[in-house]
Design a protein around this ligand. Structure first.
Ligand code: DOR
Length: 436
């Protein structure tokens, strides 16, 4: 099967290319990128004039809830949400039921992913058995069976000595630690940022130190052992500064931020709506500025959604009792494009770098993915940069709708997502196909 993407603007950080180019896909590969390609007879031609042609986006941080929590999401619905959001690769966190902490459980997810998903699903292993923080998983076996990284997401490993052992092993195995930075004791039942908002609503707050202390701890552990460390969902000015310092020190550290942390502050919280509750919480204006500065100067490498689906029932228990988390796969690209690119903070190239190229390098899949380049997998996203519309949560294909962005106006829309040459999502309102 031959398919041509004609007249689009290819933006490809891997080759530092931003140009009007045609792209030829043959079966699951990109076989030609150039000016004025002449399509072969019998091939399919997609005219994508006015659109960006991008490497398929890669989300380093999602919760697919499969196995065990499939009333929130499952492999199939999560994959469809990802494809609709422009993602061709997502990394699933291990805090499922059971936790992904053995090779058997890892194989289960990998099999499910093969069967029910049109995109690439990479699985992250837990750091400790059942995420209980007392015994390390068999890191060697998990990495040999394809775990893309190790994370205790939703928790942190409180026992520093045990975590040091994990960091040491990770360095020896040359695998990635993806750190959720949170001191659970210091959390003290907090539900939103400590400060103006926690005072206004009279509820326990989550201090900045809850995150910063563990970010610092993890950076220094990684420094001691030479571990590859990735900090998940940085939300504070402090953690950005720590990453900046660590990079200067030569620590192998990378970091991600989530769209909600740079598009909202704790002042935007509607207390009656637990869809504003996530962990880490929405922070202050100064934090948002620091995150944006970090994105601009390269301290922050990636944007990840932390897609955390929860049912309506679970989220209707009020701010104090609802679970932390919001969905993000279907809004991540438009929220970040709107705020960062349309908002004049990042160039389109820098945005694509954070959404695809850098993530592919962090998890070392860049030999095959993350670039619109001859020989790479045909993982591609077509983006309309001019579309403007309000977020409609009822159109989400995720099983869960727990988003605080209902009605929020955004810029940019996914027109089509192609994974290994297959069209896995196409927006119905665009007629881009006129096969020959
Ligand atoms: O808000 C969050 N939700 N933060 C996490 O770290 C975990 C996640 C979840 O699993 O729901």
């Amino acid at each position: 099967m031959k398919r041509y993407l004609m007249n689009g603007r290819v933006i490809n950080p891997a080759t530092n290319q931003d140009d009007y180019l045609d792209v030829k896909l043959e079966d699951n590969r990109i076989t030609e990128v150039g000016k004025h390609l002449i399509p072969e007879n019998g091939s399919e031609i997609l005219d994508v004039e006015g659109c960006f042609v991008l490497p398929g986006f890669i989300d380093l941080h999602v919760h697919l809830r499969d196995p065990g929590l499939i009333h929130k999401e499952d492999m199939e619905s999560g994959s469809r949400a990802a494809a609709k959001g422009g993602f061709t690769t997502v990394c699933a966190m291990p805090n499922t039921l059971p936790v992904i902490d053995t090779v058997n459980r890892l194989s289960y997810v990998q099999e499910r992913a093969k069967k029910c998903s049109g995109i690439h699903i990479e699985q992250i292993s837990a750091v400790t058995m059942e995420q209980k923080g007392t015994e390390l998983v068999d890191m060697k076996a998990m990495s040999e069976h394809g775990a893309i990284g190790f994370s205790e997401d939703g928790q942190s490993v409180a026992d520093v000595a045990l975590y040091a052992d994990a960091m040491k092993q990770a360095a020896e195995l040359d695998v990635l630690i993806m750190a959720h930075c949170e001191d659970k004791k210091l959390l003290r039942g907090g539900v939103l940022n400590e400060g103006v908002a926690s005072k206004r609503f009279g509820v326990p707050g989550i201090s900045h130190a809850v995150e910063d202390i563990i970010a610092a701890r993890d950076i220094f552990l990684a420094n001691d052992y030479g571990t590859r460390l990735h900090l998940c969902h940085c939300s504070t000015a402090g953690s950005v500064e720590l990453v900046r310092m660590a990079k200067k020190m030569g620590v192998h550290v990378t970091a991600e931020v989530c769209p909600h942390h740079f598009t909202m502050t704790d002042e935007d919280i509607t207390y009656e709506d637990a869809n504003f509750k996530m962990n880490p919480p929405l922070r202050t204006k100064a934090d948002v500025q620091a995150l944006i500065q970090g994105l601009q100067d390269g301290t922050i490498d990636a944007i990840a959604s932390d897609h955390a689906p929860h049912s309506v029932e679970e989220k209707s228990k009020g701010f104090l009792h609802s679970p932390f988390g919001i969905v993000g796969l279907e809004t991540s690209a438009a929220l970040s494009y709107h705020t960062l690119v349309a908002g004049g903070v990042l160039t389109p190239m820098q945005w694509v770098e954070k959404m695809s190229w850098n993530p592919s390098r962090i998890i070392r899949i860049d030999q095959e993915r993350g670039s619109v380049e001859v020989g790479k997998l045909a993982d591609i996203m077509i983006w309309d940069p001019k579309a403007e519309y309000p977020v409609n949560v009822n159109e989400f294909v995720s099983k869960s709708k727990n988003s605080p962005y209902a009605g929020r106006r955004v810029t940019g829309r996914v027109v089509m997502t192609i994974c290994e040459g297959n069209i896995v999502y196409q927006d119905a309102s665009y007629a881009v196909s006129d096969g020959v």
